[in-house]
Write a protein that binds this ligand. Structure first.
Ligand code: NAD
Ligand code: 89Y
Length: 339
């Protein structure tokens, strides 16, 4: 599988390392309009052709898959270029700035018969997968309540300065992953009620969001996110999860500890992520999930099946993001059919 990567910034380095660890995958082209970032990426893909212009790269061709690691503003144009060249696409989250753009992008790739996967990697973190697998095993019976919580004081602005500058921050950037975990666990949601706050005066968007979801499965879930929470231990970038079911409870606690309680019996195990050779703590959790989702994409293409977070699926996660902002702005519950 020959891959072209567009966007060689902060996060793309993880994607390049991950491609280098996947048998049968080869990055043959890299592109960034910033030559300095391009040359840093070239160190991880020394045989790849390097471009500063995406249109030139598409015209030269020689690849089957485009992996987009640019920020959101460029996603629609690049996905549409990839569709025009009949290519499979992986696009980083958030898929687009608006739901209208997102729908146009999904339609553009669907019309070619190629695959679009949104790089929604948090549901592939090994600790989160352990919770998904335990829930799907039926061990705690029918779930009726869930909470997925991401609260941290980690300085994300240092590596990603653009996060301090957008009108929207935590729901669009991080909450999107946590909402996606809620969907992976409990299925689609019908209604959402959200509140937001900005605590850090040095940023433009909201850094705290609390969301209440009704799922078609009958589960009520709470998704809460904060980058204004000073806590010990600092749990970045862990998502903490609690699920109550008719037969018992599941807890993913700080330090990647998973407990399953059935009746009075509690079983606890360590579900820490593997520290890959190229990974750094505390990011190793996210970095491992990048390798896993990219492997999932390759496996799905080889088997001719859709990846879990394909374009159609991700429209539902992105609709929750839009609905959460609408709810917070209008101070009301939003029914997803409104969007
Ligand atoms: P970044 O600004 O560090 O890197 C983006 C790069 O894309 C820059 O080098 C920029 O020059 C380049 N670029 C932008 N438009 C381009 C274009 N049209 N043609 C060529 N190059 C272009 O951003 P980042 O922090 O690496 O984030 C990239 C994406 O990854 C964002 O969508 C972000 O939300 C996402 N992200 C995902 C995760 C995750 O866990 N899934 C984590 C962090 C960031
Ligand atoms: O951009 C974000 C993401 O997708 O995961 C964590 C992050 O890097 C900062 O919130």
């Amino acid at each position: 599988m020959k891959i072209a990567l567009i966007g060689c910034g902060f996060f793309a380095m993880n994607q390049l390392h991950a491609w280098n660890g996947i048998a049968g995958a080869e990055v043959v082209a890299i592109c960034d309009r910033d030559p300095e970032r391009l040359s840093l990426a070239a160190a991880l893909a020394p045989k790849a052709a390097a471009y500063t212009d995406a249109a030139e790269m598409f015209a030269a061709g020689g690849f089957d898959v485009v992996d987009l690691a640019t920020t959101v503003g460029s996603h629609r144009a690049l996905v549409e270029m990839a569709a025009a060249h009949q290519l499979h696409v992986i696009c980083q989250k958030p898929i687009a700035p608006t739901l209208a753009d997102a729908r146009a992008m999904v339609n553009a790739v669907d019309a070619t018969g190629k695959t679009l996967m949104i790089h929604e990697n948090f549901r592939w973190q090994s600790a989160v997968r352990a919770v998904i697998d335990a829930l799907r095993s039926g061990a705690i019976g029918e779930p009726f309540f869930g909470r997925i919580s991401f609260r941290s004081g980690y300085d994300v602005y240092a590596g990603q300065p653009y996060l301090a500058e957008g009108e929207r921050f935590i729901i669009e950037d991080l909450g999107i992953h946590i909402l996606d975990i809620a969907r992976a666990l409990f299925g689609d949601a019908t209604r959402i009620t959200a509140t937001t706050r900005r605590v850090n005066p040095a940023i433009k968007g909201e850094d705290v969001a609390t969301m209440l979801l009704d799922h078609t499965s009958g589960v009520t879930s709470v998704v809460d996110c904060s980058y204004a929470t000073r806590r010990s231990p600092e749990t970045f970038p862990e998502s903490l999860i609690e699920i109550d079911g008719t037969l018992g409870t599941l807890r993913l606690d700080a330090g990647y500890t998973l407990s399953v309680q059935i009746g009075d019996q509690v079983e606890t195990r360590d579900v820490s992520p593997t520290l890959l050779s190229w990974a750094d703590r505390p990011w190793h959790n996210i970095q491992e999930s990048v390798q896993i989702i990219q492997q999932h994409f390759v496996d799905c293409l080889n088997q001719g099946i859709a990846p879990e977070t394909d374009g159609q699926d991700n429209l539902k996660t992105f609709a929750l993001v839009e609905a959460a902002y609408l709810s917070a702005n209008e101070n009301r519950t939003v029914d997803l059919t409104e969007l």
